[in-house]
Design a binder for this molecule. Structure first.
Ligand SMILES: [Zn+2]
Length: 230
């Protein structure tokens, strides 16, 4: 197979739907977040306020809430037990900020309560980390040398796909916990819940798109493997 044909042979078509979904999800999360960044919540809570109150009420006292630079860089770091909120979330009183802060708290609560999918995700992470680095060099080698390398590369890439699939319940669960707490503990009014939900659904779609993209890549590799006659 010529080098130029490596990425643009006819099996490239398999990747297109997921690529379109990814572009749509990115645009959607950005536009939804921007829209609801313009609506202040009626109680005047910042992302930081919500995060700290939520953690305390969940009985979590060993997780710090910090500010991190960037856009949509918010995350919970289970290793150092730090919840990092971005520029547009930390000090912001917007509905988008409260939604995102609550979602990250959802991850801290998952960690605190030993949520099974999160534990599994952490357990396989070291393996996936190595697999993801080795998969493509081996796949590439498989194109030019023995098909054996292609097979090993595909197995390693399968671990990456598994990781992205396990990420889905973790993300959906963090958001559903967030919405239930925001409503149940009265951080947001009933009318304010819907925009917060929209922000989190848009964010969840980016994870669905990422999983779809890696599944498509895996299918494509299997099709390429099937076409090899050596
Ligand atoms: Zn998340």
């Amino acid at each position: 197979m010529p080098i130029g044909g490596l990425y643009f042979d006819q099996t490239f078509i398999i990747l297109i739907p997921a690529m379109i979904l990814s572009m749509y999800a990115q645009a959607k999360v950005s536009s939804t977040f921007n829209k609801y960044s313009g609506y202040r919540n009626s109680r005047g809570y910042t992302g930081k306020d919500v995060a700290e109150m939520m953690l305390r009420r969940a009985g979590i006292y060993d997780v710090r809430v910090e500010h991190i630079r960037g856009k949509l860089t918010d995350h919970y770091d289970p290793k150092s037990k730090v919840l990092r909120l971005s520029d547009a979330v930390f000090d912001s009183q917007s509905l988008a900020a409260v939604g995102v802060a609550a979602h990250e708290c959802g991850h801290a609560i998952q960690h605190h309560t030993g949520y099974a999918f999160l534990n599994f995700r952490h357990a396989i992470f070291p393996v996936v980390n190595i697999s993801s680095k080795l998969a493509f060099p081996l796949i590439l080698l498989g194109f030019f040398a023995s098909v054996f390398f292609l097979k090993i590369g595909i197995v390693l890439f399968g671990a990456v796909v598994l990781f992205q699939l396990v990420t889905l319940p973790v993300e959906f669960n963090a958001s559903s916990r967030a919405i239930a707490i925001l409503e149940g503990e009265g951080y947001l009014s009933h009318e304010e819940i819907i925009p917060a939900k929209k922000v989190l659904s848009a964010a969840a779609l980016t994870y669905v798109a990422a999983a779809a993209a890696s599944i498509s890549s895996l299918i494509r590799l299997l099709v390429i493997l099937g076409g090899r006659d050596d």
